[in-house]
Design a protein around this ligand. Sequence first.
Ligand SMILES: NC(=O)c1ccc[n+]([C@@H]2O[C@H](COP(=O)([O-])OP(=O)(O)OC[C@H]3O[C@@H](n4cnc5c(N)ncnc54)[C@H](O)[C@@H]3O)[C@@H](O)[C@H]2O)c1
Length: 439
Amino acid sequence: MQKALATMQELLTEKIRTHTAKIGVIGLGYVGLPLAVEFANAGFSVTGIDIQSSRVAEINSGCSYIQDVPADTVRQHVESGHLRATTDFSVIAELDSVNIAVPTPLRKSKDPDMSFIVAATEQVVKYLHPGMLTILESTTYPGTTEELLLPMLEQGGLEVGKEFFLCFSPERVDPGNLHFRTHNIPKVVGGITPACTEVGALLYSQALDRVVPVSSTSVAEMVKLLENTFRMINIGLVNEMAMMCERMGVNVWEVIDAAATKPFGFMPFYPGPGLGGHCIPIDPFYLSWKSKQAGIEARFIELAGNINGQMPRFVVDKVQTALNNQGKPMLGSHIHIAGVAYKRDIDDLRESPALDIILLLKQKGARITYTDPYIPSLRLNGDGLSSVSLEENAAVADCVVLVTDHNAFDYASLVDNARLIVDTRNALKSYQSSKIVRL
Ligand SMILES: NC(=O)c1ccc[n+]([C@@H]2O[C@H](COP(=O)([O-])OP(=O)(O)OC[C@H]3O[C@@H](n4cnc5c(N)ncnc54)[C@H](O)[C@@H]3O)[C@@H](O)[C@H]2O)c1
């Protein structure tokens, strides 16, 4: 009896299991490049596709522009032929799977900007072929994969779950985290059909430690939004606590540390100068936008967004009060900002609260300098600033505002040198001095 012809799923499964599947990653940023490297580490042939020719050239010459990805690793994979990059989307015709990891910003109106996802998907549509797997990794509103990507990919007449496969898998990478990297962060994946989930999960399981299959793309999309909304709301809660504690003369940091000794039912979150980065300040608004369409107002998200948005002004008010207590006006004073990246030990300035703090201080007539070992220069409303010595400026500034608690800073010398410090991160917890004002 003649053996039945293998299905598309069986063919793709075989290629994945034998690591002969050709993998593509569209968008080689903080998410895409580490993922491409993990697939290359697992022995796959990986092609990264990006619209920035400078990034493509860097990868092909064995360099890395992402802090968490060592240049040596990129170079070894490029030399061994496991990794290459291109701006030419026609390579998709030769690939067995593509992961899309392009940006998903918010418009000023807090509506999701889907243009990057749509542009990348249009390219996939052009070169989609039988047996191909597409996985969206960009954070987005629940329903995107099924409502936006699926109809685009179905235009060619192929049937999902049989002739092509489509999944969503949220990316949980935490830039700068030394313990959890792409390979050991559990990977949630949901497909349009069970066959899609199976091939998506199989692919990730070849390169990553743990895969968590879920029943649909919408569940997978919602998982990411729950995680980031949970964080945003809890940060909003402790930021509001910080404002209350200030009024009541209570040290909020001590309160949180003591509460965190409870062995169950409590998880510490810490106040700060405001939310930053490409995820926490943005992602919950995808959910809020979508839930508004479903007739439900996302009240927790709006409230936390409002409270978190007040933090840069709260910090500036602290600076103003601290200067006034020393008999100095803000107008004409020299304020030195220690750290402008949105979080410790990383080189990412996106949505950083330091930018709002600098603008507010400038509006009040302060003269600003800054130090950040990871951000050599920045532009703000057309003005350029360059990072300068912390030691020299702390000694002469009227106030140092510690916005980002980089490990590279010499805190002992800062406390010795500075006249006044507003510490927004409790980085100076172990120092007692009347010149330190805590958030
Ligand atoms: N950065 C993080 O910590 C993080 C964590 C989890 C999830 N995410 C999500 O992952 C997605 C990607 O974020 P990121 O931080 O890697 O962004 P990024 O800006 O670092 O990288 C995106 C890359 O995509 C490229 N690109 C843009 N449009 C393209 C197109 N049409 N075709 C090909 N390439 C294109 C850009 O040139 C850039 O290199 C976003 O949805 C983000 O919310 C980010």
